[in-house]
Design a protein around this ligand. Structure first.
Ligand code: MF3
Ligand code: CO
Ligand code: CO
Length: 251
């Protein structure tokens, strides 16, 4: 049974603070993305911003993970480990940033082009962004979790892409991952009803090829089984009496 917490005003205030920090860190680090830059450099850049803001990079220590960010290139879907690899023109790079401050977390991600990318990659990124927007549109009072999930799947399918079915979005609060799990596929009107005070990290993952994934021997990096390109976009949102409030917007 999934138990979805309704956050108090004080908790929401703290989550908002964490979200503003990750949004800022993602936005500023994204400006550093260009051919020839290492993923390790981007990670350290984001980590510095998070710490300067007085927050803790909450991915560090999560199940033994050692970095502030996850950086996933091309066929890597999520949980890519920052390292010596240099970005090349034509790559797409997913940057996922988390932080904790005053005991509460924020989580956000986006996939960016490096230099000039091909048409297929451009279409994938556009569809991924659109999937997140359409999912957030459904994240309102009167709807159910399934409406969010269904919106992601519909957008992906409409654009000829598949969704990852083995990884999920999640509730977020004092823990980085809380109930409920938020699949990127599902049926409208199914699952728990959305209630004001719920805070959700919605994270579509779209693949050019099939849905199937595998984890590399490093124990973290998740890639598409068919080596096709993949993208990931994530916002932390608050369910309200009206439309969802995107807490990780802009920074
Ligand atoms: N940010 C990921 C998510 O969106 C989780 C990363 S956990 C880590 O849920 F340990 F890999 F950093
Ligand atoms: Co994330
Ligand atoms: Co997340």
């Amino acid at each position: 049974m999934s138990k979805i917490k309704i956050k108090s005003l004080e908790e929401i205030k703290r989550i908002k603070k964490a979200c503003a920090i990750v949004a800022f860190a993602l936005r500023e680090t994204a400006k550093e993305i260009k051919p020839g830059v290492s993923t390790e450099y981007l990670d350290k850049f984001a980590e510095r911003l998070i710490r300067k803001a007085g927050a803790f990079p909450v991915f560090i220590g999560y199940r033994g993970y050692k970095h502030a960010t996850c950086i996933s290139i091309n066929q890597e879907i999520v949980h890519g480990i920052p390292g010596k690899r240099l970005l090349s023109s034509g790559d797409i790079v997913g940057l996922d940033v988390g932080a904790k401050i005053d005991g509460y977390c924020g989580d956000t991600a986006a996939t960016f082009p490096v230099g000039k990318i091909n048409k297929k990659a451009q279409k994938l990124l556009a569809a991924g962004k659109k999937a997140l927007v359409s999912a957030i549109d459904k994240a309102c009072l009167g709807n159910h979790l399934g409406d969010i999930s269904a919106a992601v799947l519909k957008c992906a399918s409409d654009h000829g892409f598949s969704v990852v079915r083995d990884l999920y979005g999640h509730g977020i609060g004092s823990d980085l991952h809380e109930d409920p799990l938020i699949p990127n596929f599902g049926n409208p009107k199914e699952g728990p009803a959305l209630k004001p005070g719920m805070v959700l990290a919605i994270e579509p993952m779209l693949n050019v090829g099939g849905s199937k994934i595998k984890t590399l021997d490093d124990g973290w990096t998740v890639v598409t089984n068919d080596h096709s390109l993949s993208c990931h976009f994530e916002h932390t949102v608050l369910i309200t009496e009206r439309e969802a409030e995107i807490l990780t917007k802009n920074g």
